[in-house]
Design a protein around this ligand. Structure first.
Ligand SMILES: [Zn+2]
Length: 171
C-alpha cells in the first residue's frame, strides 16, 4: 500500500480510453486504498484512476482530505443522471500542479455509481461536491481542465504550463 506517482498533463494515459470496472474484490480494494492515500498525500480532493496510469472508470473523492471517513466516495462506472443550474468556480487538478482556472459547472448534480463492493448508489452533490464529481467523471472521459477553457484564457494557461515545464517543475 502507499502512494502512487501522479501523471501530469502531456502523458497520453490521461486521455486514453478507460475500461469499465468489472472485478470487485481485494485487488480493487487495494487500488482504491492507494488512490485515497495518493490523493490525501498530495493533498487533493479526489483522484481518477487514469491519473495514476490505470485506465479504468474509477475515481475517489474525499472533500475532507482524510479527516472524516464518512466523506470518502468511491466512484466506479459513474454516470451523471441529472444536473441543474450553472455556477462559475475556480478549479485545479493534480495533473496540473499549482495551476487554477475558472469556468462554469452545474450547481447540483446526481450521479449513479458503484462503490468498491460493486453496489450501485446515488450521490447528490451541490457546489463544491458537484464540481468535484464533474471533475472526476470528466477524467474518466479523457476531459481535462484545459478542455473547458478557450481563446486567450486557454493560451495563457498553456503558457503557464510551459513555464513550469521549462523550470523543471513539471514532474
Ligand atoms: Zn483532475
Amino acid at each position: 500500500m502507499g502512494r502512487r506517482p501522479i501523471i501530469l498533463w502531456g502523458d497520453p494515459r490521461l486521455v486514453a480510453p478507460n475500461e469499465p470496472v468489472e472485478g470487485f474484490g481485494e485487488e480493487l480494494d487495494t487500488l482504491v486504498t492507494e488512490m485515497f492515500e495518493t490523493s490525501w498525500a498530495t493533498p487533493g480532493l479526489g483522484l481518477a484512476a487514469p491519473q495514476i496510469g490505470v485506465n479504468l472508470r474509477l475515481a475517489v473523492l474525499d472533500l475532507s482530505v482524510g479527516k472524516d471517513s464518512e466523506q470518502k466516495i468511491v466512484l466506479a462506472n459513474p454516470k451523471i443522471t441529472s444536473q441543474e443550474g450553472r455556477v462559475s468556480m475556480e478549479e485545479g487538478c493534480l495533473s496540473f500542479p499549482g495551476l487554477f482556472t475558472t469556468f462554469e459547472r452545474p450547481k447540483s448534480i446526481t450521479v449513479r455509481a458503484q462503490d468498491a463492493t460493486g453496489k450501485w448508489r446515488e450521490i447528490q452533490g451541490e457546489d463544491l461536491l458537484a464540481q468535484a464529481l464533474c471533475h472526476e467523471i470528466d477524467h474518466l472521459n479523457g476531459t481535462l481542465l484545459i478542455d473547458h477553457i478557450r481563446g486567450l484564457k486557454r493560451r495563457m494557461f498553456i503558457r503557464r504550463v510551459k513555464k513550469l515545464q521549462q523550470a523543471g517543475a513539471w514532474s
